[in-house]
Ligand binder design. Sequence first.
Ligand SMILES: [Zn+2]
Ligand SMILES: [Zn+2]
Ligand SMILES: [Zn+2]
Ligand SMILES: [Zn+2]
Length: 231
Amino acid sequence: MSDPTPEAPQPPAKRRLSTRGACAFCLRSFSKGAIVRHLETCPARQAAHLPGRKGSVHISVESRDDRRYWMHLEVANSAILADLDVFVRDTWLECCGHLSEFRAGRMSYASSPDPDWNDGSMDVPVGRVLQPGAALEYDYDFGSTTRLYIRVRENHPFRSGEAPVVLLARNEAPEWTCVACGAPATAVCTTCIWEGSGFLCEKCSGEHPCTEEMLLPVVNSPRMGVCGYVG
Ligand SMILES: [Zn+2]
Ligand SMILES: [Zn+2]
Ligand SMILES: [Zn+2]
Ligand SMILES: [Zn+2]
């Protein structure tokens, strides 16, 4: 059934280059810049500190290609690099068990180290790699790569939880609108996304000419629309 006075198709929502994010402890929302200072003073985070433990290191992680996707993490000094790999896979990346790698300067730490390439293993204490001021790159999947940029901010004498990696804050989901009708998008067509027109609402997904296998859900992750990533 067609609407007698259809509205003109809306252009995609203006893509904001920055996203706000919520503190994982008090759930308040802050700009990407302001949250760093907040995390240092948040009373709810301080209440979560575990006394008498080895400390932690505060890092930020963001998508290399789309800086609207970002997280702040606290990595326990007792953790190994593989713990951080597991965390970013679980939160943002895992679709079908691809290989991954951290790179810091000329060193690399791979999920499946290749001796011919002089890879290090991820079974390495974080203190050896996550030094304040250091910057690392991380790749998930060497085919359809999702690349992350990691900045090491500072060491803390405390930990804010039992897990080897604790989420401090992450970006709120960017809003995407259906290219056909302007309603909030729920799916992305992995073919049409390359022409910048892949976002679809639930209703228009059913009428989209590409096959259903081409559609993936809209998710709050820099791997949205890539390989088989469903969140
Ligand atoms: Zn807070
Ligand atoms: Zn995959
Ligand atoms: Zn629509
Ligand atoms: Zn399509």
